[in-house]
Write a protein that binds this ligand. Sequence first.
Ligand SMILES: Cc1cc2nc3c(=O)[nH]c(=O)nc-3n(C[C@H](O)[C@H](O)[C@H](O)COP(=O)(O)OP(=O)(O)OC[C@H]3O[C@@H](n4cnc5c(N)ncnc54)[C@H](O)[C@@H]3O)c2cc1C
Ligand SMILES: NC(=O)c1ccc[n+]([C@@H]2O[C@H](COP(=O)([O-])OP(=O)(O)OC[C@H]3O[C@@H](n4cnc5c(N)ncnc54)[C@H](OP(=O)(O)O)[C@@H]3O)[C@@H](O)[C@H]2O)c1
Length: 451
Amino acid sequence: MTLLPTVCVIGAGSSGIAAVKALDERGFELDCFEASDRVGGLWVYKNSNGMSAAYRSLHINTSRARMEYADLPMPATYPDFPHHTQIAEYFDAYVDHFGFRDRITFDTRVTRAERLADGRWEVSTDRGDTRSYDALVVANGHHWDARWPEPAFPGHERFAGVQMHSHDYAGDDPDLFRDKSVVVLGMGNSAMDIAVEASFVARDVYLAARRGAWVIPKYILGRPMDSMQASARIPFAIRRRAQEALLRLVVGDMERYGLPKPDHRFLEAHPTVSDDVLSRLAHGEIAPKPNIAELTERTVRFADGSEIDADVVVYCTGYRVTFPFLDPALISAPDNDLPLFRRVFHPDVGGIYFIGLLQPIGAIMPLAELQSQWICDHLAGRYQLPPDVELRADIEAERAAMFKRYVASKRHTMEVDFEDYVLGIRQERRRGERRAALAGHRLPIAPAVPA
Ligand SMILES: Cc1cc2nc3c(=O)[nH]c(=O)nc-3n(C[C@H](O)[C@H](O)[C@H](O)COP(=O)(O)OP(=O)(O)OC[C@H]3O[C@@H](n4cnc5c(N)ncnc54)[C@H](O)[C@@H]3O)c2cc1C
Ligand SMILES: NC(=O)c1ccc[n+]([C@@H]2O[C@H](COP(=O)([O-])OP(=O)(O)OC[C@H]3O[C@@H](n4cnc5c(N)ncnc54)[C@H](OP(=O)(O)O)[C@@H]3O)[C@@H](O)[C@H]2O)c1
């Protein structure tokens, strides 16, 4: 029997558990370290790891059929867009169904992962343990490190009210918004959910944005919007035209709701999904505003010169991609940008693999599952990467297309179209399988013989 590389997986959120399941099934020796006392990461409300962005009312905005792993459907009793408690239960059930909970070491945070001279990884945890592995799988999530406005708005230090980031909004403090004047900044999904929620209790809610967005309802023609995806074999321009036409028919122009006209075409920004925000705007319960220009002690002034009294400002300004356990000189993602081959393989550093480090138009989980199987193939010598020149050209081509298509923003550094990504990985795996066969299924990393 061939000795396989040993693997350390960092994180047991929905990405990490997909990796552990695949590695475990394929017979890899592995440890998974999880900072929390349970699996599910972001989907565990008030997670003991202190990292979850979930709020009490959170429901998924990618439909259940799109989000479930291919090898374990969500219960048929679940609604199309389940509550976070159901999603967290599903991830727990996944671990028990496939029986790999014992592979996860809970309440253990990786504090350092250092690449040794021989290419192995030395991993230290906050429990004081240090062990070495042949390969490192990084699944630490990318929606936990809050990105506040950069630079901070003039006057932010004078403002006497509350300034908070959406990451810290738990939705369980009845007094936070009650009878207050609330400014919510951003046009992403956090801003939509929080503005809507605030609008039911606050005195006034202002939704401030530096650019408009196409707001997509969860259902169109009685079906989850994301279930209407055309094949990746149909050119993107045609798919987009069809979806854009449907959206215009069902929702109409954003300006009709008082929102800014998007400065981009549909699918040139990460989707903003909300059934409720347009209705709250239509009811006058949310007032649209341009970007914040300045804060004073009691007021917020906007870019159009209008000024309002404000008690609370919620910055829904997204997240930073960080790896606190890696040497930033080796790997980091300045402005959220970490070029990877098909969002998994690092072009310069071997033996490290990223799972779930992408922003799909669609859900992350089935892609994490696919990536995990791909890594297993690679580590077992069944898939070989393309030659270096080809690999780098592929990364550059993918990045060039992404940056050309999407609005320039730190939130658009790893966008993929779900169907296209799946098709691309399938094709690439087939090519790599042929390369691996020609190379005699040589392992990419020679496992160190266990002591
Ligand atoms: C409010 C919100 C709603 C969202 N809704 C959707 C949605 O509807 N559909 C969708 O597809 N995506 C959604 N996302 C995106 C979200 O990133 C994914 O749903 C999913 O959580 C990604 O899983 P993950 O395992 O990659 O990351 P996480 O869920 O963040 O899990 C990472 C895990 O790694 C652990 N960890 C981190 N660092 C360490 C360390 N140093 N040592 C040990 N363990 C560590 C953490 O404890 C955590 O358990 C949403 C994001 C936000 C912010
Ligand atoms: N219900 C759900 O399932 C749900 C709920 C919340 C979040 N999510 C997911 O969580 C992830 C993060 O979403 P998010 O909404 O928190 O963040 P996000 O998608 O990164 O959106 C950040 C928003 O803030 C704006 N912004 C950033 N910096 C700014 C600044 N300095 N001044 C003015 N505006 C600024 C961005 O504008 P630009 O576009 O101009 O950069 C954008 O509108 C996404 O994947 C999202 O789908 C899902």
